[in-house]
Structures are given as C-alpha cells and as structure tokens.
Design a protein around this ligand. Sequence first.
Ligand code: AFP
Length: 331
Amino acid sequence: MSAPPVTLDRFILEEQHTFPGATGELSLLLMRFGVAGKRIASALARAGLTGQQGAAGRRNVQGEEQKKLDVVANEILLETFDYGGLVTLAASEEMEEPFVYGSGQGRYAVLFDPLDGSSNIDVNGTLGVIFSVRSRRDGTLQDLLRSGREQIVAGYVLFGPAVLLVYSSGHGVHLFTLEPSIGEFLLTRRDVRMPERGRGYAVNEGRAHGWAPEVRAFVEHLKQPDPATGRPYSTRYSASLVGDVHRFLLEGGIYLYPSDVQGGRPKPKLRVLYECHPLAFVVEQAGGRASSGGGPVLDVVPDSLHARMPLAIGSRAEVDLFDRFASGHGA
Ligand code: AFP
C-alpha cells in the first residue's frame, strides 16, 4: 500500500511537536491561511462568471486602483482571523491602518498582501496571497515596525494552473498542492532547496530608464552571451511577484524591482512588511538570498506600515552578483 497523502493540517500538527512548548495556536493560525487560500481560489475561479472582475472604483492607501477581487480577498482574510482570539492585529496592502480584533489579546499579528499581481486578474494570469505572522507585543502598530527576522511564519498561496501553498516556520520551506476533488492541500515538496544559481531573471524592463546605472549594468550583464557562466539569461516576468519568486525558488534565478532613481516614481514599488519581508524569509529558508542592494531585506526595519523598498531576491549566486554591481564593483 502506498503512503497516505500528508494533508496540510497533518503536516502542521506533526511539525508542531518539534517546537518545545508549542501551544498549538500557531498551528491553528497557519491552517487558517489554508482555508483562506481555498476561499480566495474559489472566488478567483468564478470571478469571470460572477461579475467580480474589474475595478472596485476606489484606490488603496498607496493610490493604486483597487480591483473588486483585491477587496474580496482582503475581506476573506480578515474574516478568517475574526474568531478564536488568536490574532490581535491584521495589516494589509488594502487597509490604511491595522485592523484590531475583538479583545486585542490574541498572541499574533498577521500581515498580508491579499492579492498580489492584481493586474493579472482580468487576464487569468498568475496571482498570489503573501502572508506573514509576528508575535503580538503591546498590540499597537509598533509591533509591526520591526525587522523581518522577527517573523515567526511566512509564506504564500499561488493561484496558477494549480493552487499551491508554500510556507516556512523557520525550519525549511514546504510546498503543498490543493487537491480539488477533496478540497485539501497535500504535501508535494518537503524542505524545498533553491538552486544555487539559475538561468532566468524577472524585472519590468519597461522601467529601465529610471534605474541606477549599476542596475542597468547588472541586467545588461545577464543578457550578454557567455556560455561559461550560463549567460544569456532568459527573461521571465509575470507581473506577479509571487509567481516569479516561486519560479525561481524551484528553478533558480533572480527577481528585481529596483528603485526609480530618475524621479519617475518617487518611492520604490514593493512594500516591506507584506511583500519583501515574507518572501525574503521563505527564500532564505530555502537557501536563497534577498537584498535591498544595501543589505539583507530581513534586516530592514520599516518606519511605517506601508513603507517600500527596492528588492533583489532569488538564488544566492545571482543576488550576490547583483550586490556586487549595486556596490559599484561589477562582475
Ligand atoms: P499588487 O500587489 O498591487 O498587485 O502589485 C503587484 C506587484 O507588487 C508585484 O507582484 C509585481 O511584480 C509588480 O507589482 C508589478 O509591477 P509593474 O506593473 O510595475 O511591473
């Protein structure tokens, strides 16, 4: 008889036993991200049929147009933690201020980008949820404005041809695939290791005019043929950070969202707390790296909830190389 499939819940409960003194609350919390992922997957699958595609007619705190499904996914995630008293604070790309639950005594704070890659909604492209869990301290915003190394759990749900859930609680990275006929996430890869180097890069080259010369030089370097170092690299940009990072988690390579230093955009695009920190946590746990160009992403302490930063994330070899270029030392 073949081994029975390992469900997400079973895996989480078994992993809990490796943490001395664990109360099981974090396990419950993590399982709920699985439930939210399934609910959002269901909303996405039906969106074209239920009139849920398109703009919501308002803008989020960053001034970006909200899609109807950004709002739906945010509401699903908020509801998901609205019982059981586990969570005190929830912060999201779609809300100006953190949401405070009931008693305010829950042991955890959760952060999420409810629907990453929302320009892909109406074209049936790749989308994701990015999430991060931290300990509650005094229950205020200050609990969140801390380094990425204080995350307890981070991960993402990826909506592609299959729905995947990938997470790390600081003991490796584990990958689950939704088996739609039974509605369960099943373990498909335990302890994912990122290749040391890859052959692909993802960056919005339409914005190259705004990059620093060092960033332009790095991307040009990747495009120059040199079979000995595996160049040229192939471009792999999907407009979904989760989709691109997931590809590189499995295949190796580098995702970049550099600052626009020529002034076209006053601030970098990606948000520290619910995009860069959680993905950096996952990638580092898999043996990769995430850099701002000036240091490790996980060391960045944001000064506000929606603070932004430049990001280079992926395999160790490419991120090391990016850092060499960023510091002016080139190849
Ligand atoms: P949203 O989270 O608002 O959907 O933004 C998506 C994203 O942060 C990231 O997933 C993409 O890689 C990037 O923005 C796409 O931005 P450009 O359209 O500027 O390339």
